[in-house]
Design a protein around this ligand. Sequence first.
Ligand SMILES: *Cc1c(COP(=O)(O)O)cnc(C)c1O
Length: 389
Amino acid sequence: MKKNTKLVAAGRKTQYTKGVVNPVVQRASTVVFDSVADMQEAISERGKRTLFYGRRGTNTHFALQDAIMELENGAGCALYPCGAAAISQALLSFLKTGDHLLMVDTAYEPTRDFCDKILAGLGITTTYYDPLIGADIESLIQDNTKVLFLESPGSITMEVQDVPSLVKAAKAKGVITMLDNTYGNGWHYRPLEHGVDISIQAATKYIVGHSDVMMGVAVANETLWPTLRENSYLLGQCTSADDAYLALRGLRTMPMRLQQHEKSALQVANWLAGHPLVDHVRHPALKSCPGHEFFKRDFSGSNGLFSVVMKEGHRKAINRFLDSLHHFKMGFSWGGFESLVTANASMAPLRSTTGWQYGPVIRLHIGLEDVEDLIADLEQALKVYQESL
Ligand SMILES: *Cc1c(COP(=O)(O)O)cnc(C)c1O
C-alpha cells in the first residue's frame, strides 16, 4: 500500500468503528466488567488495545494511536493533552537525578524552560548544543548523558539537523535519542526510520489542523515503548475522547492540506527572498536555510512554516508591521488552516550556545488563503516597516 491509501485505512478496525467509517466517541472513566474472568483478562492485557480504565484510553483513543503509529512507523503511541506535555513526559520517563541531557540550542522555548526550571530542580543537568554540530556531538557526551534531544528544523530559526550523524554518535555511547518532529510530522519525515528512539509531535499543529484542539503524541520504538507507556500513565497523562476524535479526523485530510501549505509557502518565501528589506529566508527547502542539504536528503517535502531574517529593524518597526497585517493574524502556534505571524526583535535571548548575529526574525505560517492576497498583505505591511525604520 502507498502512503495516502495507508493513512485513509489507518486505525479503522471494526472494533473501534462498530461498522461506520469513523471510530465511536467513547467517553469513559469507568470500564465495567461482566465477570471476574473478563476483568482479569483486561488486567493481563494492559498495554494492548483492551478497555481497562478511562485513563488508559477507549476505542476512540486506540483508533488514533494506531493511526499515528502507522504514520510514524513506531511500536507504540502515547497521547498527551498537548505537545509540551508529550515533550516533558517523554523526558521525565527516562531521566533521573544525576543524569545529563543534551538539548538542541534551537529547541521550542517551553522545552528549554522545562529543562532550566523543572529538570534543573530535579538535579538533571542540561547542555545546549549547536543544531549543526553533527558527529562532533560525541565530544559533549558525558558518562552520565542519558538523552540526546533533537528538534529539526529548529524552532523559529529553522536549522535542519544531520540526524543520522547525531544518532550514530548517541548509539555508540548508549544514549537515548528523542526528536521533536512537529515540523516533519510523520508525513514528510519519520525519525524512527533514521534510528531515533522516540518521535514527539505537537498534534495541535498539522494533525489537528484546525486550531481547535490541543494534543501531543509520542511514538517509540519496540525497546522504549513499554517504559514510555507505563511512565506516561503513572505521570497521569490522558486526553479526552472528543479531542482524540477530532485529531483523527484532522489526520485524514492532513496530506492534502500539507500539499497546499507547501505550495503557497514556497511562493511567499521566494517572493520574500527577493525583497530589499530581507536578509535571507529560513525555509528548509531553500538553500539559504542552514542544514538545507540535510532537508533535501531526509525529508519528502515542506509545509507552511518558515521564517524571514530582516536586514535591520527594531521593536517599533516590527510592531507597526504586525499591526498593519490583515490576513496574517498575530498568534502563537501554527499548522491550522489560517495564516499566522509572530516576530522576534532578536533571537539572542533564546540561544545560549549559538548566539545570533542577524536582524529581527519574522515567522510566518502560510495558511490556505489565496497566495496573491497573502503577498499583497505582506507587501503593504513591509512598506509600513520600512517607513518606521
Ligand atoms: C507548538 C509546539 C510544541 C508544543 O505543542 P503544544 O501542543 O502547543 O503544547 C512543541 N514543539 C514544537 C516544535 C511546537 O511548534
